[in-house]
Write a protein that binds this ligand. Structure first.
Ligand code: GCU
Length: 687
């Protein structure tokens, strides 16, 4: 047994329920694969291992030989003669490329499970679904599932550097790189692929979007042989490999004098490079590009547009089926704090809206969920309602850069779900973000989800054991954004900790309330930032106030916040009129975003009748107090949870409490000193 790391929700525990075991055994004591296929065989092995751990049985995998009406689980691709015997045309038509069908058939009192898909990846997703159903003790005799992912692209982004460090990583070092090299051992990478496949992920970018030093060379034969091995591991699990590239590679690697996307030499260089990549990785996914952003080179350097840059790469990738994922995180990161005209929130839209319709079909724009940078709360980026003729992906940050860095418990599923349910009104009522990023609203092929990974080589992958729920939830929401987050979280708890009622109840409460609590003691009302510069952990109310990054709150003794209305910076004009009117109006603006859109006097009365300043005090005192509830809920589970996990989480909750108090005191003191207005409740405001 592996002692280096846990397997999170795939840590299979033995089923003790004799009754259930007896019921399901006939369905699973044989595994038949109806064609000899390396990938399907791997999926069957995955099932076999799962059954061994959960039920202690050792089914034999039989290939190419499905004798009529034998009992067991039959696995194969749709269209295969054997599978067709069990599946109707209506059923077959319902299964999409990466989807699967699992159903039970009872024939002559023989018990059969049929698991069919169009593709190998559908089969591996189906196998994990089947294992999970068995672990959750579903009734097999009535099993009848057809599942298809809603979005085409469900991609994890790693910000891993080749020295082994991870930008914004809080769970150890990279599992892919160390000391400027690709790691030799593939074992952990394989287990990672299993974890991801079990949530429905189908793509991975393994290197940081900031491509510097050795990482520039990943697209060359220096590293491609090893990358092809990694690609093969992921391929077994339905996951395609992508790479982040440096836009100036033709200069750095090719020795050219320019990286101008319209230069024939540059075009040729990229064509040759892409051609070579595909000789090593025939199903290579494509490139992720951070261009003209935070000191990374891009087409602007040559007076070209982002469409020129992206399309040049897209043309090189097109013959092989590859895509370009182009990030919209473009803004002026050298803004003077005295400049009140420039508004960073407007930047992505200003840069990309004019290019709508100009990108080739195999280009996807990857857009952070909000207009700034993964704050605890931001409005939905107006680009989601603004680009009807462009493929779009939403970028979430699973890693908790601004949300407690995996020391604080901050479950992000609730926030993500709210964002996905946001109605942009771009095609009238019902134009939800989830329908834009799953491609259905505008009938676009390449759309989807990108999540910045929260894993590293720590024993539990994510530092905070409960942060595993964020990775799980990202994958599950990307697969089906219509699912309830409560359901997704429940499933994670059951698969990770078993079915103790108290465990389920308490952890569910902790997860579902944790984001609100974190928001309360940090920067509520859409304020954001106020973090220490650089590492972004802990409170610092003016940490970014006089530096170049464009993230000002402009607090003075009377008021705080930036007027982003149509009369202010004009940011609200980027939304459809429905939202523009709401956001423009201080009374109608959702309170949780008030300070994002408005400059508000401290004495302004909120809907509750409280003044803004009193709300700030109350929110911080309450938030810090509520961490005690998190601690109490966890303490109640002592003895019901694996001791190592219990202790690790207890330790982090203790740190969270200390740091929540620091947040409370620093922020409250800041507002007290700015305004001179005391707390109505007379609580002690430090110092
Ligand atoms: C944030 C983060 C950076 C990262 C950047 C990005 O600003 O702090 O570390 O490189 O986002 O998304 O590109």
């Amino acid at each position: 047994k592996n002692t280096q790391y846990t397997m999170c929700w795939l840590d299979y525990k033995r089923c003790e329920d004799e009754n259930y075991i007896n019921k399901v055994l006939p369905f699973i004591s044989n595994i038949y694969i109806v064609e000899n296929n390396y990938y399907i065989r791997n999926a069957a092995l995955e099932l076999k291992e799962g059954l061994r751990s959960v039920f202690g049985i050792d089914p034999i995998i039989q290939t190419n030989s499905y004798p009529d009406f034998k009992q067991g689980t039959v696995i194969g691709k749709l269209g295969n003669d054997v599978m067709e015997r069990f599946i109707s045309k209506t059923e077959r038509d319902k299964v999409a490329d990466e989807g699967f069908l699992i159903k039970s058939v009872t024939n002559d009192s023989k018990s059969i499970i049929v698991l069919a898909a169009k593709s190998e990846s559908g089969i591996i997703y189906g196998v994990f679904e089947l294992i999970n159903r068995l672990r959750l003790k579903s009734d097999l005799s009535s099993l009848n599932i057809i599942e298809n992912p809603k979005a085409a692209l469900r991609i994890i982004n790693h910000w891993d550097n080749m020295d082994g460090s991870i930008e914004r990583g809080y769970a150890g070092d990279s599992i892919f790189f160390s000391n400027g090299r690709i790691k030799k051992s593939l074992k952990r990478i394989k287990d990672y692929a299993r974890l991801l496949a079990s949530t429905g992920i189908n793509g991975i970018v393994i290197n940081n979007v900031n491509v510097r030093g050795k990482a520039v060379w990943l697209i060359t034969p220096k590293f491609l042989p090893q990358l092809s091995e990694i690609a093969e591991i992921f391929r077994l699990y339905g996951i395609k490999l992508y790479l982040s590239i440096n836009f100036a590679s033709p200069i750095y690697i090719g020795g050219l004098s320019t990286a101008d996307p319209l230069d024939p030499g540059v075009i040729r260089w990229w064509q040759d490079t892409v051609k070579m990549i595909y000789t090593y990785i025939p199903d290579f996914g494509g490139f992720l590009v951070k261009a003209d952003s935070e000191f990374n080179p891009g087409p602007y350097v040559y007076g070209r547009s982002h469409a020129d840059g992206a399309n040049m790469l897209a043309k090189a990738l097109l013959p092989y089926g590859g895509i370009v994922i182009w990030r919209a995180f473009v803004y002026n990161c050298l803004q003077d704090w005295r400049d009140t005209k420039t508004d960073r929130a407007k930047a992505a839209y200003d840069n990309f809206k004019p290019l709508d319709g100009k990108f080739l079909d195999n280009v996807v724009l990857q857009i952070k969920y909000g207009p700034m940078d993964f704050q605890v709360r931001e409005p939905v980026s107006p680009l989601f309602g603004g680009m009807e003729k462009t493929n779009q992906m939403i970028e979430f940050q699973i890693t908790q850069e601004y949300t407690g860095q995996q020391i604080h418990l901050c479950y992000l599923g609730t926030l993500w779900k709210e964002i996905l349910e946001f109605d942009t009104y771009c095609k009238g009522e019902g134009s939800y973000v989830k329908r834009i990023v799953d491609g259905s609203l505008f009938g676009r092929k390449y759309c989807g989800f990108a999540g910045v990974s929260n894993i590293g080589n720590s024993i539990n992958w994510t530092g905070h054991d409960l942060a595993q729920a964020n990775l799980w939830t990202f994958g599950r929401l990307a697969w089906d954004p219509d699912r309830s987050v409560e359901d997704i979280a429940k499933e994670w708890i059951l698969l990770t900790f078993g079915d103790d009622k108290k465990v389920l109840e308490n952890i569910l409460w902790m997860l579902l309330n944790s984001h609100r609590i974190y928001e309360k003691y940090t920067t509520p009302l859409g304020l954001g930032w106020m973090v220490n510069p650089g590492h972004h952990y802990g409170p610092n109310p003016e940490g970014y106030e006089y530096s170049k990054w464009g993230t000002y709150h402009r607090a003075d003794t009377k008021a705080i916040g930036v007027d982003r209305t149509s009369k202010g910076t004009g940011y609200t004009l980027q939304y459809h009129s429905h939202w523009q009117e709401i956001f423009d109006d201080m009374e109608k603006c959702p309170e949780e975003l008030l300070l994002f859109f408005h400059r508000v006097p401290y004495t302004h009365r909120l809907k509750s009748g409280k003044t803004l300043i009193q709300f700030m005090y109350d929110s911080h005192f309450e938030g810090a107090d509520e961490v005690d509830v998190l601690i109490q809920k966890w303490e109640e589970l002592k003895g019901k949870i694996d001791e190592n996990i219990f202790n690790r989480v207890s330790e982090r909750l203790k740190m969270q409490k200390e740091h929540a108090i620091e947040w409370r005191d620093v922020i409250n003191t800041y507002f007290y000193r700015k305004t001179g207005i005391p707390d109505e409740k007379g609580r002690v405001i430090y110092p």
